[in-house]
Design a protein around this ligand. Structure first.
Ligand code: G3I
Length: 479
């Protein structure tokens, strides 16, 4: 693999870039057009936008140039698709897909079963209510719908949001107001996913949910639901976290922890509908820079987790966002929540997203043991762990995120929620310090002598080590 060594950066710039805090001053980006898609391709990652049949020519040009993925915002929902029982109008969905595919965009289907707003046609509830056997009737309608819609695009759509928002708005239990829940209980999810899988066995099937990033109890409910589905053998391949950060910017550590928990289930995870309104940063000296940091944090959290394969923003640019007409956010219009401004120009958030995609996450296991005279880590070490990423031509010193190194008897509960942790990964009887160190270096591979870290804790105690093949290497091929 060609080694690309970036020129050594000043510590301040490197640190801020690595910490996702680099926020270019407001104004035009210095990056070349298409930098976002190119950065995503380079690390086998998807960056997408919600689009639809009414996307004008200027936005189509941006979408095809800057993104690698497209989600249909409305035209594949049951309501817009089927105005009457058994009647389907695919003209708008076909127009979008027939453009997106030759434009080189991965296409995400959104969404087969969603009982909110126009996600479900009004005639369905009437039919179910009048049916002698509502459950049997609804099941049959669901299976026909999945076969009709997913089957139509079999082999062309990579992913489907099969079920959207099954949980109660602000809780972790199934939504009692949901027609599918009322009629079929939790089994409606099994019916939905099995029918979609039968219609296109190659499509990755996602369960998509909202607000779980901000509501821990709702996230726990989502995890429990997915675990039950997996235990029943339901063909689910991924979870979508919508990422509508309406109340607060993303917490990178909490988000990364959620992504890792979904990954631990053996599933893919994507951030599927991201918007971060500028109103969240009204008190910041430079709101655009603060929004850029939030996007940098978001991209860095996802890039850090191998199973997190994509981020889709809910719109191409600030000129078209549902937030400007949503009852909770329309009073803040223009919400300006996306990567491009209303005139289609990249914002500082665009630069931050590209920078985050350039990060290399190296898992390094460093042979240390509390009390080891060579690499003793003081059990009470606290604070920022400064590390040196050693390289043939000098080294870059980066401060990584503040890490609380809590060591104690092997197996003791770790004293920190994020940052470095320890375990005897190579089973040599010595405790290894596992940490995620960020570097701007690219082209590193497992065992590369550059992929070494050494440094001192704030207590001045030294440690050193090199990755042992545990490099989180993102393939350069697209996923
Ligand atoms: O197409 C009709 C048009 O013919 C009619 O004249 C007009 C006025 O009634 O309505 C148009 O349909 C609207 C549609 O957007 C297309 O613009 C619907 O009323 C309107 O409810 C719909 O809003 C969409 C909403 O989902 C409900 O489907 C938003 O654009 C879309 O951004 C939003 O996206 C959802 C995701 O699908 C799921 N996650 C939450 C997210 C935000 O609500």
């Amino acid at each position: 693999m060609r080694r690309v060594r970036r020129p050594a950066r000043s510590l301040a710039l490197a640190t801020s870039l690595l910490a996702g805090t680099l926020a270019p001053s407001a104004g035009a980006t210095h990056l070349a057009p298409g930098a976002l898609a190119e950065a995503a391709h380079r690390v086998g990652f998807h960056v997408g936008a919600a689009i639809d049949h009414d996307l004008d020519a200027a936005r189509r040009e941006i979408a095809a140039r800057e993104f690698t993925s497209a989600t249909l915002e409305n035209s594949l929902k049951w309501g817009p698709l089927s105005p009457a029982p058994g009647v389907y109008d695919f003209s708008r969905a076909d127009a979008v897909i027939d453009w997106a595919e030759p434009s080189g965009l991965r296409v995400r289907g959104h969404t087969l079963f969603w009982d909110r707003l126009n996600g479900t046609p009004g005639w369905l509830a009437d039919e179910v209510a009048a049916a002698p056997d509502p459950a049997a009737h609804l099941r049959q309608r669901m299976e026909t719908h999945a076969q009709t819609v997913v089957g139509r695009y079999a082999g062309r759509l990579s992913q489907w949001d099969v079920v959207n928002e099954p949980l109660a708005a602000l809780r972790g239990d199934l939504d009692p107001l949901n027609l599918f829940v009322q009629t079929l209980g939790e089994s409606y999810l099994d019916i939905a996913f099995r029918a979609a899988h039968a219609a296109d066995p190659d499509a990755e099937l996602f369960l998509n949910e909202t607000l779980v990033e901000l509501l821990p109890a709702k996230f726990e409910g989502l995890i429990a639901l997915v675990e039950r589905m997996l235990a029943r053998g339901v063909p689910i391949h991924g979870v979508g976290l919508q990422g509508h950060f309406l109340l607060a910017p993303p917490d990178p550590f909490a988000l990364r922890s959620q992504l890792e928990r979904i990954a631990a289930l053996g599933l893919r995870v994507e951030l599927t509908e991201v918007d971060i309104p500028i109103s969240l940063f009204a008190s910041a000296p430079d709101p655009l820079a603060a929004q850029a940091q939030a996007y940098g944090d978001l991209f860095e959290a996802c890039v850090s987790v191998r199973a997190c394969t994509g981020i889709t923003t809910w719109g191409v640019d600030d000129g078209h966002t549902w937030l400007d007409s949503f009852f909770l956010t329309q009073q803040n219009a223009p919400n300006r929540p996306l990567l491009f401004d209303a005139s289609g120009q990249p914002k500082p958030a665009y630069d931050a997203a590209v920078a985050a995609l350039a990060l290399r996450i190296i898992d390094v296991d460093v042979d240390v043991a509390p009390g080891d005279p060579g690499y003793r880590i003081n059990p009470s070490s606290r604070g920022v762990v400064a590390v040196a990423i050693l390289g043939a031509d000098g080294f870059d010193v980066f401060d990584i995120v503040p890490a609380t190194l809590g060591f104690g008897p092997a197996g003791a509960p770790l004293a920190h929620a994020h940052g470095p942790h320890y375990e005897d990964v190579n089973e040599d009887g010595r405790t290894d310090l596992l940490a995620h160190y960020r570097t701007q270096q690219t082209g590193l591979s497992a065992g590369d002598p550059d992929a070494c870290v050494s440094g001192r804790t704030v207590d001045g105690l030294a440690f050193a080590g090199c990755d042992r093949g545990s490099v989180v290497e993102r393939s350069t091929a697209s996923p």
